[in-house]
Design a protein around this ligand. Structure first.
Ligand code: ZXY
Ligand code: CA
Length: 510
């Protein structure tokens, strides 16, 4: 009996439990292109106090400086060395950030660009001054030489991936013009592990493996096995780094997400594509269809899934973007998507925090999808100013500070480990569900008003809706919902409401 129950329990809990997260925290935020000193401040003043589990940071290692176009966001995905030295800050600022975030229970996950170095054809400038030569494949600051790249294995004329149906090509040829590292070689594995161990020793809690589709799962496993245990100043003795692999899999390619489940967590790109399609009501899809959301939709197993609505890449319309992805540009629908994700038990959740850009579609493509973060005339990244109303200034969007999203992160922490209960739908675009006796959420994505009485499963009392407002001291700044002795409550949601959904939980009971 014991033998049977244990694995079941482990599977059930893994959905929202990560040994690396501070107890009770569930959600990571990607502070895309933020400076280390700003992230340190944000951990202390906002992420820690509001229960965020961690922060995904932009790649911390030295990269090529690209001037044409001018300082695009993707220059950080073209490594020059493993020195911690980028537009986000130097190693001293990085150490200060990791220490200050860890001290308030917000752990740091670094974006690890280990499939390749920079592409050929750019200038000589680098973020830390390290020299390199892409033509001769020399990166003396690592050092890597021509022997450490895969070109010998790739038989294509220009060395670039042409056929995504050939998994050898996908892994051993170049992603566009990016110099493809020979991650099968012990020396290369050792250099990558040495870099990541440097970050672990500083206090980093884990990694996003960029472009994992383009590396062999066996190589990623071998590298992961060389990683140190986490720093015992903040983590239990023997704790392992948390790994999530970026595998863009929308089906129909030879390389698939499930090939990576053995190595660690995997990004589930279908999550945002399918959820966006439902909320946009594309092809007759409706909210009621979400009743069996999860593996039955073809998503990877929940206990290995990194769930997200949009990321830094597909919010720009490429990298498996497609037209269904919702972003901050469509705030009303976007908040419903993030609200649904954070209320639903599937996966380990990551929210996006973006900067804005002058999105301009020409022939269906955003001609400004390359634009980098807000920057000063000298090319440095601008600080993130915080306004009196807690929003961010300049072009920093700070979705994670939107009341509805921040409060749903708290909702998720509050309902952690509770099963999905009391599902209700109208057969169309009105749905509701609970999480045991801890929380309940109701959506009206219909073109008509909603007036229903539902069984919430919650203890009787008056609750503060954390979408239209929130509990402050002893009062509610939004709608109040009364749950009767038998657990039922009435919900009236106008289709014209700024946010046509309501969420209540036991942490915001009046
Ligand atoms: N870039 C523009 C210009 C250069 C960067 C572009 O048109 N790229 C060609 C399309 C290939 O897309 C890329 C993919 O992954 C990358 C790329 C990249 C990963 C990197 C660096 C990159 O160019 O430059 O570390 C990619 C890989 C896939 C896939 C779709 C896209 O199914 O397996 C981009 C940059 C995209 O569009 C990018 C950068 C970093 C990322 C990412 C995408 O983490 O997911
Ligand atoms: Ca590769």
């Amino acid at each position: 009996m014991k033998l049977l129950i244990l694995p079941l329990l482990v599977t059930a809990c893994a959905a929202q439990f990560n040994a690396n997260f501070k107890e009770g925290r569930t959600t990571i935020v990607h502070l895309f292109e933020w400076r280390w000193d700003d992230i340190a401040e944000e951990c202390e003043r906002y992420l820690g106090p509001n229960g965020f589990a961690g922060v995904q940071i932009s790649p911390p290692n030295e990269n090529v400086v690209i001037t044409d176009p001018s300082r695009p966001w993707w220059e950080r995905y073209q490594p020059i060395s493993y020195k911690i030295c980028t537009r986000s800050g130097d190693e001293q600022q990085f150490r200060d950030m990791v220490t200050r975030c860890n001290n308030v229970g917000v752990f740091v996950y670094a974006d690890a660009v280990i499939n390749h170095m920079c592409g050929s054809g750019y200038g000589k400038e680098t973020t830390c001054g390290s020299p390199y030569n892409a033509e001769t494949k020399d990166f003396p600051a690592v050092p890597y030489s021509y022997r450490d790249f895969n070109d010998g294995k790739c038989k294509n004329e220009h060395g670039a991936i042409e056929n995504y149906e050939d998994e050898k090509e996908v892994r051993d040829c170049r992603l566009e013009n990016l110099l493809d590292l020979a991650t099968g070689k012990d020396y290369v594995r050792g250099k990558i592990a040495e870099y990541m161990n440097h970050l672990i020793d500083i206090g980093v809690a884990g990694f996003r493996y960029d472009a994992s589709k383009h590396m062999w799962p066996g190589d990623l496993k071998a590298i992961s096995q060389q990683l140190h245990n986490l720093n015992t100043q903040w983590f239990p003795s023997g704790a392992r780094p948390f790994i999530y692999q970026e595998v863009i899999d929308l089906g129909g390619e030879k390389v698939s997400a499930d090939q990576y489940l053995d190595v660690g967590f995997v990004t589930e790109f279908k999550y945002g594509v399918d959820l966006g399609a439902v909320i946009r009501k594309l092809e007759g899809k409706k909210m009621a269809d979400l009743k069996n959301w999860g593996e039955e939709w073809g998503l990877i197993p929940h206990y290995r899934a990194l769930a997200f609505t949009d990321n830094h890449d597909n919010q720009r319309g490429h990298g498996a973007g497609g037209s269904s992805i919702l972003t901050f540009f469509e705030a009303r629908s976007y908040k419903m998507a993030v609200g649904f994700m954070l209320a639903h038990p599937y996966g380990l959740t990551r929210v996006m925090s973006s900067y804005s850009w002058p999105r301009t579609f020409v022939d269906g493509e955003d001609i400004y999808n390359w634009i980098g973060p807000p920057m000063n005339p000298d090319g440095s990244i601008k600080h993130v100013p915080i306004n009196a109303d807690s929003t961010c200034g300049d072009d920093w969007v700070c979705e994670h500070r939107w009341r509805q999203i921040k409060n749903m992160v708290i909702f998720r922490n509050t309902v952690n480990f509770q099963p999905l209960t009391n599902w209700w739908d109208n057969g169309g675009n009105q749905i509701a569900f609970g999480r045991g006796d801890k929380g309940f959420i109701v959506f009206n994505n219909e073109e008509a008003g909603m007036d229903v009485t539902l069984n919430t499963g919650l203890p009787a009392g008056t609750y503060c809706d954390v979408i239209s407002g929130q509990k402050e001291e002893t009062r509610c700044t939004g709608i109040e919902i009364n749950v009767s002795d038998n657990g039922s409550a009435s919900f009236r949601i106008s289709n014209l409401a700024e946010d046509p959904f309501v969420a209540i939980h036991v942490g915001a009971k009046l």
